[in-house]
Design a protein. Structure first.
Length: 385
């Protein structure tokens, strides 16, 4: 994680800087006084620049994608500095190639890092056998150079995988939040669209009855109060996530809202038995949205609702069909799907169902089909329709 506070910066520097303990050899070489003033000053400057570039590479590029041009330039500068200091100041500075190897493993792609680590190890070996007083320095540094570089490739892969996993979790959380907002918007649209349409119709009806028939108007107002209370309860249940629409309730509700709008309704009195809860809820939402659309948009005088079980080559299906005799659309115009139809299609897709909307010169037909699985009890699912 990228440090955000000064304390985090210090902690990260301590974890990375602890490995700078291997710099004891070149620091001791400078402190021994074996070099003249100019090489000593240049050695300190070179060592400071080397450590700065090394920390910049490891801290900034380990958790990022493979090194860019800037990263390659810094790696080249680090290798050149290690090469120059080792050739001019002697064997104690060969340890710098260990840090070059680690930097390659931390920043380069695996294939390129492998060759870079091998090249750093080979360069250290060639330079080591040419400088004076090498002793056992080269053999003791070959294994740390190889091991440090290749181990860092594994650490880099682990760090980047953790970063990608964190980003993926954030993306999944965002998608889940978006899906939940979409579900709530769809549910509230279906709930309030139906209830508010009924309230509007009954309010208009009560207004027409009020001068001549106050008793009927009072009954309509009482119905409005009941529908309003039910709508409020439904909204609260929807927000709480506990609301579930049922097909028998929606059949009765469709009959009520159609009759209140002055539309002759032919609606089944019973729903199929043995229907799974998920499929029943989806069909209930389809029926509610279809009845609301007939009342609000169709201008129809008659509406027919049918529930039938179909046997096709693809299996058994339960079909819900809502058909009205409104003016329809001119010619062969295709109905434009709004939020209601889009939401219904999304609901049906979750239970492998399909939705067909057909508008003709006379009326509008909305058909929903869901696949049926065999009932273990042997009772046909459509027996109660």
């Amino acid at each position: 994680m990228r440090p955000e506070t000064r304390r985090q910066v210090v902690q990260k520097l301590m974890w990375v800087g602890i490995w700078l303990a291997f710099m004891g050899a070149p620091i001791g070489d400078l402190l021994d006084g074996d070099h003249s003033t100019v090489p000593t000053v240049l050695g300190w400057l070179g060592l400071g620049g080397f450590v700065t570039v090394y920390l910049a590479l490891v801290l900034r590029h380990t958790a990022r994608p493979p090194a860019t041009v800037a990263g390659h330039v810094l790696l080249g500068f680090l290798a050149a500095l290690a090469l120059t200091l080792s050739l001019t100041l002697g064997g104690p500075w060969l340890v710098l190639f260990v840090y070059v190897s680690v930097s390659c493993g931390a920043t380069l792609p695996l294939a390129l890092a492998t060759w870079a680590i091998l090249a750093a190890t080979a360069s250290m070996t060639v330079i080591g056998v040419r400088v004076d007083h090498v002793g056992g320095v080269v053999p003791s540094l070959v294994v740390p150079t190889l091991l440090g570089g290749f181990a860092m490739t594994g650490v880099r892969h682990l760090i980047r995988t953790s970063v990608e996993l964190r980003e993926a979790r954030a993306t999944v959380a965002q998608l889940a939040a978006n899906e939940e907002r979409l579900r709530m918007a769809r549910d509230l649209h279906d709930l309030l669209g139906h209830s508010l349409s009924l309230i509007t119709l009954k309010s208009e009806l009560a207004g027409r009855m009020l001068p001549g028939d106050p008793g009927q108007a009072a009954r309509q107002v009482a119905d409005i109060e009941q529908v309003s209370r039910q709508a409020l309860a439904d909204v609260r249940a929807a927000v709480a996530g506990y609301r579930r629409a049922t097909l028998p309730a929606e059949l009765a509700g469709a009959r009520t809202v159609l009759c209140a709008a002055g539309i002759q309704a032919d609606v089944p009195t019973q729903a199929p038995e043995g229907l799974p809860a998920a499929e029943e809820e989806v069909l209930a939402w389809v029926l509610r949205e279809a009845a609301t659309n007939v009342v609000r948009h169709s201008g129809a005088r008659h509406c027919t609702v049918t529930l039938a079980e179909l046997q096709t080559l693809d299996g058994r299906f339960l079909e819900l069909c809502v058909k009205d005799d409104g003016p329809g659309l001119p010619g062969s115009a295709t109905p434009v799907p709004g939020n209601g139809l889009t939401g219904l299609r999304e609901r049906l897709e979750k239970v492998s169902g399909v939705l067909d909307a057909e508008a003709g010169r006379k009326g509008f037909t909305l058909t929903a089909r869901i696949p049926l699985t065999p009932d273990p009890s042997g009772v046909p699912l459509g027996s109660g329709a």
